[in-house]
Design a binder for this molecule. Structure first.
Ligand code: BGC
Ligand code: ZN
Length: 364
């Protein structure tokens, strides 16, 4: 079967042929991959900034956002059946007994660092024709979500963030913690992670603004308007304007992966504010930040800075429910996130060129 792989040692990215995987245990499931999404992480991996092949493999098959159709199940599988649609989770637990999170299915909080991530770290990914894995790493997707379910994995970034915010917001006294409609949220960045996060925040009733450098007439900003969020152009307004424009900033959801823009915005975070980082920037020369102002604000305003890497099973399951809700509320906006569909034969070019919001590889 075909697969798109990177070879870090000779800096190559190409389609390879590799044996089709077979079911080897009773709780394993075989999927025919239907679609695989391309994200910033894939671009980092294919420019050799990030990513690690499996031990003893010269190459890594990329792809970690995938929708498949069940074509075979082991005899102990209970949650999936032939013909079902399923989305794959990314992280797999480390092998160590001392790791409580991994032993409890929360490998997104792994303490040893020996977790793997399919398509990213130490395990092959999903930009290929067939995948076999344990059913516990697959989440059933309703048939009605067929055309957008490939967005589930990137949505889980926002789902896990929302999970963290729910915990962090509990520190607020009184009714503030129960009423997001009194709280201003800023989404930094209008790529797929930002736009899906904005949909989630709108669904949770935060007063949501998306702050990005996109042009007001771009397809990204049209989606912002279509979901009823406010757009603020970072090309026209420096972060210092934001407080004046939206009021106290209670939540920032960072989805731009850019450190400078993020720390500039962090210095504008409001009273009792929470700042969630989701981006994984490339590591370049150190940059200057307004550290004294930030430290002062963090203390005097009870702020929380929280990083989140996705995601546990609950985030995927809540993502399914939310994607159904988004498809009821603003279906055209959800569909508009996918701006290109490309065959697996052309996956290399699609990964190596930028453009559009979310490109998806159509496999079957
Ligand atoms: C993936 C996550 C992964 C992270 C860091 C993201 O693009 O969606 O599953 O944990 O990269 O490797
Ligand atoms: Zn991704």
């Amino acid at each position: 079967m075909k697969a798109l792989a990177v070879f870090p040692s000779n800096r190559e990215v190409r389609l390879i042929d590799q044996p089709e995987p077979v079911i080897a245990g009773p709780t394993e499931v075989k999927l025919r991959i239907l679609e695989a999404g391309i994200c910033g992480t894939d671009r980092e991996i294919t420019s050799f900034q990030y990513g690690t092949p499996p031990v003893n493999s010269p190459h890594l098959v990329i792809g970690h956002e995938a929708l498949g159709e069940v074509i075979e199940v082991g005899r102990g599988v209970t949650g999936l059946a032939h013909g079902d649609l399923a989305v794959l989770m990314v992280r797999r637990p480390c092998p160590h007994d001392i790791c409580g999170p991994c032993r409890r299915g929360r490998q997104d909080f792994c303490i040893t660092g020996d977790f793997t991530e399919r398509g990213i770290k130490g395990a092959h990914g999903y930009m290929t024709e067939f995948v076999v894995d344990d059913e516990r790493y697959m989440v059933k997707a309703p048939k009605e979500l067929r055309e957008v379910a490939v967005l589930l994995e990137p949505l889980t970034v926002g789902e896990k963030a929302a999970e963290q915010v729910r915990v962090l917001i509990q520190r607020l006294p009184g009714d503030l913690k129960n009423d997001p409609s009194q709280l201003n949220a800023i989404v930094l960045g209008a790529g797929p992670i930002g736009l899906l996060g904005a949909m989630k925040l709108m669904d949770e009733k935060f007063k949501t603004s998306v702050y990005s450098m996109d042009r007001a007439d771009s397809p990204n900003v049209r989606i912002v308007s279509a979901i009823g969020a406010r757009f603020v152009s970072s090309a026209e307004h420096p972060p210092a304007d934001l407080g004046k424009m939206v009021g106290n900033i209670s939540l920032v959801y960072e989805a731009a992966g850019a450190a400078k823009a993020s720390f500039d915005l962090l210095s504008m975070l409001g009273v009792n504010g929470v700042f969630i980082f989701t981006g994984v920037p490339g590591i370049r020369a150190p940059i200057g930040i307004d550290a004294e102002r930030i430290m002062r604000n963090v203390v005097l305003n009870n702020q929380v800075i929280c990083g989140t890497v996705n995601a546990g099973r609950a985030a995927f399951e809540e993502g399914v429910r939310d994607l159904e809700s988004f498809m009821r509320r603003f279906p055209a906006a959800v569909r508009a996130l996918i701006t290109a569909r490309v065959a697996l034969n052309d996956a290399r070019d699609a990964v190596l060129t930028r453009g559009g919001i979310k490109s998806v590889i159509t496999v079957a």
